[in-house]
Design a protein around this ligand. Sequence first.
Ligand code: CAO
Length: 415
Amino acid sequence: MSKALDGVRILDFTHVQSGPTCTQLLAWFGADVIKVEKSGDGDATRAQLRDIPHADSLYFTMLNHNKRSVTLDTKKPKGKAVLEKLIKTCDVMVENFAPGALDRMGFTWERIQELNPRMIVASVKGFGPGPYELCKVYENVAQCAGGSASTTGFPDGPPMVTGAQIGDSGTGLHLALGIVAALYQRNSTGRGQKVLAAMQDSVLNLCRVKLRDQQRLERTGVMKEYPQYPDEHFGNAVPRAGNASGGGQPGSILKCKGWETDPNAYIYFITQAAVWPAVCKVIGEESWIDDAAYATPGARLLHLKPIFARIEQWTKTKDKFEVMEILNQYDIPCGPILSMKEIAEEPSLRETGTIVEIDHPVRGKYLTVGNPIKMSDSKTEVTRSPLLGEHTDEVMMQLGYSREEIDELRADGII
Ligand code: CAO
């Protein structure tokens, strides 16, 4: 079967997490992704958080599937000459070096344009143009600068980062969309262009509802679905809302049977207005259906804490899967808090290819997250990540280098 991005060749100059997640997605859509790494150690993540001596780490393997790996010293003149050939034969260069690194290497936008006017140059940077544009940035810096940390956590606690890698993987996802759009535009213009996804911007994009709330707060001085309402004072910035729902339907995380010993015996419970009578029936509070204090969504906002406390009395009598089963009979939206262990073992996620088992020649079998985007005409087959430099000779030959030239470049420490 053909793939959506068949024929697209990516010069993957990315490292760590943000850039590699982007190029991995493009590879899953069928692009030929050539990862260029420093000879010697390659991408630093190959050796980070290692669980098996001498084997590429899970950090690396889980971000670099379906790619080819080439080692190349792009700071030496002979290495630059190889990179120039790659630029001439690729459609997209993706990079997430520290600001200025590509220019210092001699590959400015103008130089790349000279070599290949159709080349799309896609970059992840920590910040867009402005006071912080030269800063190096990792995941949690982006979460803090993008509005996520100040709005995550409990009202009486410090700002909090989330386990979801919205700064790195989130930005990679944004960049991938920019690349695909630029490829589409190139069909009509014939030209490449620069694509920038800044981590701060991407996090902020994912925190859009909190900028909504900032403006609501400034206009009305209160947000009735937040846990601070009605008893506490709102300051001048969006406060942390604990586990309150970010939308118009109040929700909370509630204990289920076994919570005393199981840290994940919880369920997210949403008191959607349309099913309020069903909620009352399920928890045994049928009088609340017509009681003026509870009958309307507006009235309930004054009593969310006691309402969720009463619902929790009920959820505590059942395990989270029983709660889920019962609530779904009434279309009451809810979600069990699943541990990574439960997710890894979930058969339906294996069947859809969302969780995939991969065999690696050095580390053996491991689990990874497959392509979360499913396409009917471009199926993803996840293949293992490349060993460092595994495809150097193959790619060099495709670029027209002879066996002797390759051996000479290797002897010179270029590849
Ligand atoms: N051959 C020779 N040199 C190479 C090379 C190659 N194949 N590939 C990279 N290099 C060089 C770069 O040119 C750079 O050299 P200079 O500093 O002399 O210009 C050097 O390697 C290191 O690049 P770096 O500064 O990007 O790497 P770092 O480990 O110091 O910083 C990071 C890492 C992530 C903080 C930085 O790259 C960054 O801020 N990137 C943008 C934001 C980003 O993507 N952050 C998310 C990372 S994922 O958590």
